[in-house]
Design a protein around this ligand. Structure first.
Ligand SMILES: Nc1ncnc2c1ncn2[C@@H]1O[C@H](COP(=O)(O)OP(=O)(O)O)[C@@H](O)[C@H]1O
Ligand SMILES: [Mg+2]
Length: 293
């Protein structure tokens, strides 16, 4: 169960090139798509779920061609869009029942059972009679996942589901996704939050301005960043110089100067000690440092 993306590019009608020759192999399990705003994450996801046809390239989803076998692809897909909203008239349970009916569950007693089981799974059974619109942000996101999972999809695509959630809800949401992932399911999670990836995804890709900057495991990403993080004490003048040339990622006042951390290939002329990287450092390295001299 995997997804293969070859030579994928996408231009919007206004000429904006949102994706530029993307090549990716997405295995089963949790896959993280990390990148800042405007990187192309939503564009890639909308193409994957067949809402948009790509300008160029090929995508195979579990053996189905995204261009010629849309119906088959849709049948095995669940999708939670970035801007998911609920109609005012639906209560939680009604909404999920409606979503289930849309996926072709026509037997109403079977559907009812599936809906209740899903509400239990995402922790919303107690609030089943509330209007969906009035749920908290975290609950809305969980109901969004419930509608995406109701037909047991092989591939689940979730676009920035943790944005705006408080830390507790974020953790709860990530655990919910981890529970839903298995050998036979692929979950693609997009996020601009490094912590979402490090704590749940075995494989990942980093996207920036339509380009894949890195693909591999979070551990591989850390490994490539080893020896690129520096810690040093500087005076004001040195600080100004370093800040102009390098990516400064932490600044703490220290006497009359500063105790700083910098991501750079090297820091010639400065007496810096190498510092063990974390994923935030790695993110900065791949985004801002690696491809520059
Ligand atoms: N409908 C559209 N028309 C023109 N440009 C768009 C459209 N949607 C997105 N873009 C542009 O494409 C790029 C990628 O956008 P998007 O895929 O939404 O990125 P992300 O989800 O990573 O924030 C951005 O520069 C964005 O402004
Ligand atoms: Mg987006």
């Amino acid at each position: 169960m995997s997804i293969t993306i070859k030579g994928l590019s996408h231009y919007y009608p206004n000429g904006k090139k949102a994706l530029n020759d993307i090549n990716l192999e997405i295995p089963s399990g949790m896959f993280g798509l990390l990148g800042p705003n405007g990187a192309g994450k939503s564009t890639l996801m909308r193409i994957l779920v067949t809402l948009m046809e790509p300008s160029e390239g090929e995508i195979d989803v579990c053996g189905y061609d995204i261009r010629t076998q849309r119906k088959e692809v849709r049948r095995i897909l669940g999708y939670l869009p970035q801007d998911f909203r609920f109609f005012a008239k639906y209560k939680v349970r009604e909404f999920l029942d409606y979503a289930a009916a849309l996926t072709g569950m026509t037997n109403s007693s079977q559907r009812s059972k599936a809906v209740d089981a899903m509400l239990e799974q995402v922790g919303l059974y107690e609030v089943r009679d509330r209007y969906a619109q009035n749920l908290s942000g975290g609950m809305k996101r969980r109901l969004g996942i419930a509608q995406a999972l109701i037909h047991n999809p092989k591939v689940l695509v979730v676009d920035e589901p943790t944005t705006g959630l408080d830390p507790e809800e974020r953790i709860r949401f990530r655990n919910l996704l981890s529970e839903a992932s298995s050998k036979d399911t692929t979950i693609i999670l997009s996020t601009h939050i490094v912590g979402d990836i490090s704590s749940s995804c075995a494989d990942m890709a980093m996207l920036n301005q339509g380009h894949v900057m890195f693909t591999g495991s979070p551990a591989d990403m850390l490994k490539e960043t080893e020896g690129k993080v520096w810690r040093l004490k500087v005076n004001n003048e040195q600080y100004a110089d370093i800040n102009q040339k390098y990516a400064v990622i932490s600044t703490i006042p220290d006497g009359l100067g500063w105790d700083i951390q910098v991501v750079a290939k090297s820091l010639p002329g400065y007496d810096a000690v190498s510092y063990p990287p974390n994923l935030e450092h790695a993110y900065v390295y791949f985004m801002e440092v690696k491809d520059k001299d």
